[in-house]
Design a protein. Sequence first.
Length: 153
Amino acid sequence: MSESVDLSDELRGNWPLPPPGALLPHAPPWLLVDRLVSVAAGEVVADKLVTANDALHSDGFAETLVIEALAQTAACLNALMSKKDASGAPHMGLLVQAKDFVFEGRAAVGDRITLRCRQTASFGALCRFSTEAAVGERVIARGELTFAIGNPP
């Protein structure tokens, strides 16, 4: 991963990063990002603790849930970086593609998943992110996500 300048203080004015629930339209049990760890130029790191009380897992944190957690992490970065429109409504994104994902195991109860997303390209309303999910040093998933960014209806 390339070095980047941490813009967290500049983005948040020396305040703590907001909770993901303040940036996303999701609510538990579908809110799959517990906290934002850092925000830098075009890059975000977040985490998710897999608990026994999690209503969505049975035999580890499923691959589809990892993709959703990574998509929510990228959406948090978009929410922090985007400007609000004239009505004050935040820009919203729709996941339009998950590409080249490789899975190497699952997170189990008690594991903390580190979610990393870096914006690699944008063209008009489309934004692409390189993503990775890891438990400790063990990468459990990596791939690309593409979103269509726009205003909510």
